[in-house]
Ligand binder design. Sequence first.
Ligand code: TPP
Ligand code: SF4
Ligand code: SF4
Length: 500
Amino acid sequence: MSCVIQCPDTAILGKVVKQHTLNSQTERLKNGNASYLQSQFTETKKFFDAPKKKGNDPGLFGIFIDPTKCKGCRECVEACEDLGYNALKMIEKEDDTVPAYQMGFDFFRSLPATPKEYISDKLPVDMMLAEDSMLYVGGAGSCAGCGEATVLRMWLAALGYVYRAENIGIVASTGCNTVYGSTYPFNPYLVPWTNSLFENGPADAIGIRLRWDQLGWQDKQLWVIGGDGAMLDIGFQSLSRVLTSNLNIKILVLDTQVYSNTGGQSSTATFTGQETKMSQFGTAISGKQEQRKELGRIAMMHPNTFVAQTVASIPNHFYKSILDAASFDGPAIVNTFNTCQPEHGVGDDMARHQAKLAVESRTFPTFIFDPRKGDTIRERLSLQGNPAQREDWYTVPKTNEKIDFISFARTEGRFAKQFDKDGNPSKTLLAGQADRLANWHILQELAGLLGGSGATAAAESGAARSGAGKRPPGARDGAKKVTMPPGAGKRKPKLPPGMG
Ligand SMILES: Cc1ncc(C[n+]2csc(CCOP(=O)(O)OP(=O)(O)O)c2C)c(N)n1
Ligand code: SF4
Ligand code: SF4
């Protein structure tokens, strides 16, 4: 199912069907395609062997491609290969292949939905089998392989599965998402969507929320989406206002570390050493010199606010972040790392891979800060999702290779000029490395995994200047507890009727 989850364009879908249903559907076909279509379904351990063992009806599993939506990014093949299945391969769109795949997809659509008994509520990845999850249906004008589109699909899948389409509304801040999300005559969303301006998505949402609450629609999900330009820069004040409002407004940030839609200008989310349209690599400056602003850290310091940072390539963490944000009674923000192929200088099939590497290399650590978990920051903050949580860097057990920010930068075109002909990193990139380590140390310290009051300050002040970023002596000696106001985080989440 990884292929289905990771496809940015809803072009590859899976279904489970019972043998007698498949037989009756293919028997009705008069065109001689019955045996071909039967052969597209197979017996798997999960849907066939396991139910059979328990004495239940086994199901047959099939995966189908919609040739009208597939942009040929190869993300599905990469995801499948990474799991070691190698079940998919790319073929050309030709005059004889397209009609065959269209016929297969039409048949797929004519079948009934996957029966509920094959979708486990305990396995978030199963959600993509449910019809209620299909709220981002493809047809968007995004680039092939765009990381943002996969995040939008998975986000709406989780919300649709739990809350249903009729209980969801979107306020979009101008950016790539509004352009590919509203290019006439296509509309990838099956839920209401509105766009005001680049800078005021969160402010727009306050008006909608207040009106919805007047109408008694307290349980409906209202989400604002926007890029790092919208949320960290030009709409930052508006965002901060929402996070201080105690209102049930949720924010999804599509962080591509640049203003993607207008051609890749730097934002405050841009990494040190990254080359962008406003931080070119040349004789005067060599790529971005400032340190990245950490929206997640800033958001945590707002009162009674849920904050998560996550990636689509770790689906369980991603779905948990979205659903915990959705059930939180108050403002919630989920910041996601998104690959933007033209601006990051990576292949069309690399969004999943690069997001995973961004986590492993501390470039973009995952975390969940949930005020419901307790009164102290360390009780509220979980660094789950990151490998080797107590270490500076993660080392791959099999190869003993240390994965750091420089390893990540080596794989992307946006940092290419920061390496000399022998592959040595520049001073700027070393400063970027120190900045990423300093950020990681702050998160470790807040989560209670790194002690010592001087740890953060020493790491941060050294980061941009020297590229050192060393862990200070005695750093593990138990962090001080930070107390939150009494009663904070004790409110019970409200769910729409029937969803407890
Ligand atoms: C006030 C204002 N300034 C500039 C623009 C032009 N503009 C439209 S989209 C955009 C960039 C959006 O970047 P980001 O929010 O990071 O989203 P992305 O496109 O990267 O997903 C800019 C500068 C605008 N619409 N309004
Ligand atoms: S090649 Fe890309 S668009 Fe086509 S099905 Fe695979 S992931 Fe989806
Ligand atoms: S420019 Fe980047 S963010 Fe925008 S659609 Fe293309 S890949 Fe996605």
